[in-house]
Design a binder for this molecule. Sequence first.
Ligand code: PLP
Length: 376
Amino acid sequence: MTDRIKEFLARTKDDGPRLVVDLDVVRENYFAFAKALPDTRVFYAVKANPAPEILDLLAGLGSCFDTASVTEIEQALAAGASPERISYGNTIKKESDVARAYALGVRLYAVDCEAEVDKIARVAPGSKVFCRILCSGEGAEWPLSRKFGCAPDMAARVLEHAHAKGLVAHGLSFHVGSQQPNPRVWDAALKASAAIFKDLAERGIQLGMINLGGGFPTRYLKPVPGVRAYGQTIFRALRKHFGNRIPETIIEPGRGMVGNAGIIEAEVVLISRKSAEDPQRWVYLDIGKFNGLAETMDEMIRYPIRTDYDEDVMSPCVIAGPTCDSVDVLYEKEPYLLPVSLEIGAKVLIEGTGAYTTTYSAVGFNGFPPLKSYVI
Ligand SMILES: *Cc1c(COP(=O)(O)O)cnc(C)c1O
């Protein structure tokens, strides 16, 4: 928790839950990426947190933006990014949306099959395309595995098709899975990429770019390597597979850019037990899966939860959200340690919540409002 967030929470009282994001941390993260991967352009993955203050800051620092919809493109433009600094990185786009993106000036598109290439060739002629290759997402806490990308040999055909259709076969992309604690997994994807570069070069098509995706972690309960370690390991893999002909590279950090910049202040609504003998407490918060903590799905992301009583004796609890839906349980399979002295009405702080919280919040399920957000 930063002093600025601490001071903000103390100065303003709120009948939460509320997310507070410290822009100083986002700025530090941006510079850390720029320093760790000095020859790589940063495309912030807007979906992680599209708050205008964050986009304004990053646009001002020179960041580019990875977007997934026309609305996200408009948000990046509104922040001051010119269209050359925006990629339409979703492999699943309506043709009408591609046409709108083209009209807004966007010329860089992701694809993973020929049908998507055809849409772009029809309504965004002459644009650059990069083909996403499948990546297992192994080891990632929030894998993005099968839904996006195609097999590497198919990627070569997709890009040949793009070339034949008058598009610029610009390069490749992959995503090693979000919250990827192991920087060495980029190696296999870069090996496959180098083989595709070679295959296409033999057919007279020179690719120029590799999009290294996101996956850079934020610290939750377990320690993770720093961004410097990612930079070094990825650079070594690039050297290994491309020698001294390393192509242009870009990264698309989302979680790693904003995750640790945000804290949610929430409140304990109820503490109860399921029977008189049951030792396990159920702790119900005013935040759950439907108003910000969707990434607790399958207990994948385990957030640090701080209370004012953390020096006291701890005991394992089930933690649940406030709605009348039984899937709105955050941690049960692996119970969570909370202090025995925790009381109804106490505030708790949920750390590492700057990414993938506000926009995952329902518009009003059960009458609970969407997660409030303050960017300071
Ligand atoms: C979501 C997404 C990202 C961001 O991933 P993080 O793991 O949050 O860094 C990057 N690229 C694409 C294409 C995405 O869909």
